[in-house]
Design a protein around this ligand. Sequence first.
Ligand code: FES
Length: 348
Amino acid sequence: MAGKGKTGRPSARSKGAAAKTESGRLRLRLRAVTHQAEDTRAFEFVDPDGRELPPFTAGAHIDVHLPGELTRQYSLCNDPVERHRYVVAVLREPAGRGGSRTLHDHIKVGDVLEITAPRNNFAIDKRAKRHLLLAGGIGVTPMLAMIHTLQAGGADFTLYYCTRNWDKTAFRDELGPLIETERAIVHHDDGRIERSLDLGKLLKQPAAGTHVYYCGPAGFMRAAKAAAEHWPKGTVHFEYFSVDAAPAQGAPQAADTAKKPGADFQIKIASTGQVLDVPLNRTIVEVLAAAGISVETSCEAGLCGTCRTRYLAGEPEHRDYILDEDEQREYVLICCARAKSHLLVLDL
Ligand code: FES
């Protein structure tokens, strides 16, 4: 796996493709910023020389590397057939961790930012006969890319889009034709919980062949998770866009001394046989880095999948938000996982 480099120097480029830094990131120019709703802007990134960008599929996100060592993941919302641009939409959150404020307040058209090529943990399931898209606020962004793809393929879908009011409803123009034909249903709650869309009622009866996708802020994610709990395995897809929105995973306690979930353990590097201790206060990624083994990371919170690593033996204690049960049998997200067994053998 590639290391998380700090250099911004461009490396050799192949004809027609966007240039990458030595660390594999793209250097893209902010071409346009457009107002989409109160506190929400869309940011369009292009290659400075007009070259093609790496392709992406609906539901994918990019990592935007901002000044001050900030890295933020944003879902792409433009049509995945486009190769000349990446578009993300960002809600300015005054009480957030700083990424949205930096983008809104300090990044200007013409600035060049490093961006990690798209990855997708929230893909459309092609087995579905019908797609039910549930968006809370800015969680609509991956749904927009999905809608482009679903429409192009003639798929059956409905978007339920929950916002506070029309002023807070991003992409209302783009969604206009779908709203008119009721393929997109916008629900306003005026910021009052008692006026929230009744997701329990909407998802009460799973329909054969229907898959549900949801993305939104913390309360919305909790409600959607609870409402979809009884849906058949493999039919529910979701993406958390911040740790704040994700369910609590339970941090290890320093007082834990006996071997139990979250306590210290060892990892073994399968290719070399090297065994390393993972103490309570270090992540597997940190232990690997200290031993000179760099693993690419991004969110470092179990949300993006960048650090996904195969394991060959032992029992992980998964603490991520994206692996399903089948994936958990093969992979572990080593930025956040612990181990239930004393030894976890990693395919590194
Ligand atoms: S770095 Fe994002 S899941 Fe591990």
